[in-house]
Design a binder for this molecule. Structure first.
Ligand code: 8P5
Length: 464
């Protein structure tokens, strides 16, 4: 309570978000669409990788997924019932260009036409992601992201999609999470295409960022005004009371590889030393590339799930997702975890947003993904009680609000995910949705968190 003059004002921690704040949900093509062999769609690297024995839990594939390709009307109605202002989805490149280049598959583009029209009819703004990891297999057969040509093919594909949808969709994300696509796909090999070469991971990262720059330039030339890049970013923390020099060096290395490799390239046209050293040896970064990559963007998308914890650990083997990390441990910390085993640390979102506000002033921010997997089980009445997810989301929205209160230009929040879906190497066993999907009959069951989120949207914030 505070007293001003003779008036005692009850201070309530208002959790109202700014007027016009965008509330939405996010998905990705390979994770929800299914119809993997329908209407001319070609194979992607995830269609191939999912068939590699042991690659995906339970041998799951995206062949059917949530059957969103056929159930999109029902899913849009679900989004509207929650009051979503925006829906972030990705376009399947191999549905649009089955070989990744050349002839366009009209039936592939037609699906996104229908989807965008349906969203607009429901009063929902389409947020279009052009690449969410489903590279056409034909391009992987020609070298994939480790070869420079793929970046140019991506820019052509981006132009095809933009030119078809730009009269109705105006919010574009070029690439989703280049770090995951490169360092898990080509370095650690735990994501498609399942290659395990540190050099290839750095080549892929650079060509993904070059693809971003080339596509952003192509869209800007065509008149696009809302172009962004989405990065998975995390505070890199040492959980020691008094970090030593070696601990700080470990933080610096992992922060350079996970965060600065992409932030500095996109927003400053530079690479941190750890990346430059590799680039000098490999010769894949050409003069002028970083200027292309640093094409001006209108906002930065942030996918935040949890901090990354590191400490020096002499003798620790290299983590293949972080080349050069021999002698670095990635310890568990004493925090509650989600079903993915990821620590729950909402303050990390505030810290991350404040860092971006400080280091990259003037760049509007959107949380394009935040959410959690928990072992959701429908009750006999069909209700899906998911208090842990509500707790996770509430904690992270309070963290986002704290950043807003500190002056961060945060424009929106999109929950990951609208639907339970194909969780990559974890398959369908990990449920991130605010809506439960019964894969046996494709029924959608809004979880308690969906109703809770609808309330947040309706009041444009949390209850104080
Ligand atoms: N430790 N830990 N890790 C935190 C996250 C590591 C990077 N993975 C992501 O960000 C992926 C992003 C992806 O866009 C989506 O397609 C995935 O379904 C979600 C959930 O996995 C997230």
């Amino acid at each position: 309570m505070t007293t001003v003059g003779s008036t005692t004002t009850a201070r309530t921690a208002s959790q109202a978000f700014p007027a016009g704040f965008v509330w939405g949900a996010a998905t990705a093509a390979y994770q929800i669409e299914g119809a993997a062999h329908e209407d001319g769609r070609g194979p992607s690297i995830w269609d191939t990788f999912a068939r590699r024995p042991g690659a995906v839990a339970g041998g799951d594939t995206g062949d059917v997924a949530c059957d969103h390709y056929h159930r999109w009307r029902e899913d849009i109605a679900l989004m509207a019932s929650l009051g979503l202002g925006a829906y972030r989805f990705s376009v399947s490149w191999p549905r649009v260009q089955p070989d990744g280049s050349g002839p366009v598959n009209p039936r592939g583009l037609d699906f996104y036409d229908r989807l965008v029209d349906g969203l607009l009819e429901a009063g929902i703004t389409p947020y279009v992601t052009l690449y969410h990891w489903d590279l056409p297999q034909a391009l992987e057969d020609a070298g994939g992201w480790t070869v420079r040509d793929t970046a140019y093919r991506f820019a052509e594909y981006a132009g095809v999609v933009h030119d078809r949808l730009a009269d109705r969709a105006d919010t574009w994300t070029t690439i989703n999470e280049p770090w995951v696509a490169s360092f898990l796909g080509y370095g650690a090999g735990v994501h498609a295409p399942g290659r395990t070469s540190a050099d290839d991971a750095f080549r892929a990262a650079h060509h993904l960022m070059l693809a971003h720059g080339l596509a952003a330039r192509r869209l800007r030339e065509a008149g696009a005004e809302r172009i962004s890049l989405t990065l998975n970013l995390a505070p890199v923390l040492c959980p020691a009371d008094a970090p030593g020099e070696a601990d700080l060096a470990a933080v610096e290395l992992v922060d350079s590889l996970l965060n600065r490799q992409f932030l500095d390239a996109a927003l400053r046209g530079s690479y941190p030393d750890a990346v430059l050293e590799r680039a000098r040896r490999l010769g894949h970064v050409r003069d002028g590339d970083l200027a292309v990559i640093a094409q001006p963007i209108d906002s930065l998308g942030i996918n935040y799930y949890n901090p990354t914890y590191v400490r020096a650990a002499p003798g620790a083997p290299e983590n293949p997702a972080f080349p050069g990390s021999a002698g670095v441990a990635f310890p568990s910390v004493d925090l509650p975890t989600t079903a993915m085993g990821w620590p729950i640390a909402p303050d990390g979102l505030t810290e991350l947003l404040l860092r971006l506000h400080r280091d990259h002033p003037g760049v509007p921010l959107v949380v394009t993904e935040n959410g959690a997997a928990f072992d959701d089980v429908p009750g006999p009445d069909g209700r899906v009680a998911d208090p842990a997810r509500i707790g996770y989301l509430e904690g992270h929205l309070r963290a986002a609000h704290a950043a807003l209160a500190a002056g961060v230009d945060l424009r929106g929040y999109l929950v990951w995910s609208l639907l339970d879906n194909f969780e990559w190497a974890e398959g369908y066993g990990k449920r991130f949705g605010i809506v439960y999907v019964d894969y046996a009959d494709q029924r959608r069951l809004p979880k308690d968190s969906a109703r809770w989120y609808a309330g947040v949207i309706a009041r444009n914030g949390l209850e104080a």
